[in-house]
Design a protein around this ligand. Structure first.
Ligand SMILES: C[S@@+](CC[C@H](N)C(=O)[O-])C[C@H]1O[C@@H](n2cnc3c(N)ncnc32)[C@H](O)[C@@H]1O
Length: 234
């Protein structure tokens, strides 16, 4: 662990896997409480940003217990989930979507076979985001979209203050009451891993993406990042 209580890059993937294995059983309950159910609308919007026809194949990266997989099934997309944590996959309530235990940094999926990739609240858990973006670019068809849903920082100072108290004080308390205290102390700290908008754009463009855009949700409680695989990229 470093001085901020975050795992070192060498330990991060194992740390993340062990942590999600430990909280998998209560993950859905705690998630509903800490997002106050707002995540449902954010997910619907993220799925719509894939801009895909029904029957297009979508991969959910870091699918966890499958909230996005269920949303995509409802939207008519065949989908596959990938996650590092076997316990999260065991807790997944997915009826039609197959799930694979794998690391996003090295996906067991052939080049150019997936129409769209979506990822919810997993980005800050990746050890090397750029390597993950290169993997996503590899498996997407040319022109295929990559949509990321993540937490954000509200721009209004009053909302930012209230959000800070909720995220840094209340969320760890709810986590400690219903699940694992250490894991829900890590959650607000892990925001430190999120790349800024310029760095994010640069990493995506140099990994083979274009048309990168950001959408802020509810004044910055969350954000959606959308990018398209370059059409001249195989
Ligand atoms: C905060 S949870 C989000 C789960 C789900 N996407 C959702 O929106 O509720 C992050 C998920 O990403 C997974 N994850 C983290 N690092 C990963 C990696 N390198 N490869 C695959 N999955 C990963 C974790 O195991 C966990 O299930």
């Amino acid at each position: 662990m470093d001085s901020q209580g975050l795992p070192t890059p060498e330990d991060k993937t194992d740390f993340v896997r062990t942590m999600f294995d430990a909280i998998a059983q209560r993950y859905d309950l705690v998630n509903r409480l800490i997002t106050l159910g707002l995540d449902h609308g954010w997910r619907q919007r993220a799925v719509s940003r894939l801009g895909l026809e029904r029957d297009s194949l979508v991969l959910d990266l870091g699918c966890g217990t499958g909230d996005f997989l269920r949303e995509m099934t409802r939207a008519g997309h065949p989908c596959i989930g990938v996650d590092l944590s076997f316990a999260m996959l065991l807790a997944a309530r997915t009826i039609h979507a197959p799930v694979i235990e794998a690391d996003a940094h090295s996906l067991p999926i052939s080049q150019g076979t997936i129409d769209g990739v979506i990822s919810g609240f997993a980005l800050r858990n990746f050890t090397e985001p750029k390597r993950v973006f290169q993997e996503v670019a590899r498996i997407l068809v040319p022109g295929g979209r990559f949509v990321i849903l993540e937490v954000d920082q509200p721009s209004n100072p009053i909302v930012r203050f209230g959000h800070g108290i909720w995220f840094n004080r209340v969320v760890p308390l709810i986590g400690a009451l219903f699940s694992d205290a250490a894991a829900y102390r890590y959650l607000p700290r892990s925001v430190a891993y999120l790349p800024g908008a310029n760095e994010m754009r640069e990493m995506l463009v140099s990994s083979g993406f274009t048309a990168v855009r950001f959408e802020r949700l509810q004044g910055g409680l969350a954000q959606i990042i959308i990018a398209e695989k370059r059409r001249d990229q195989r």
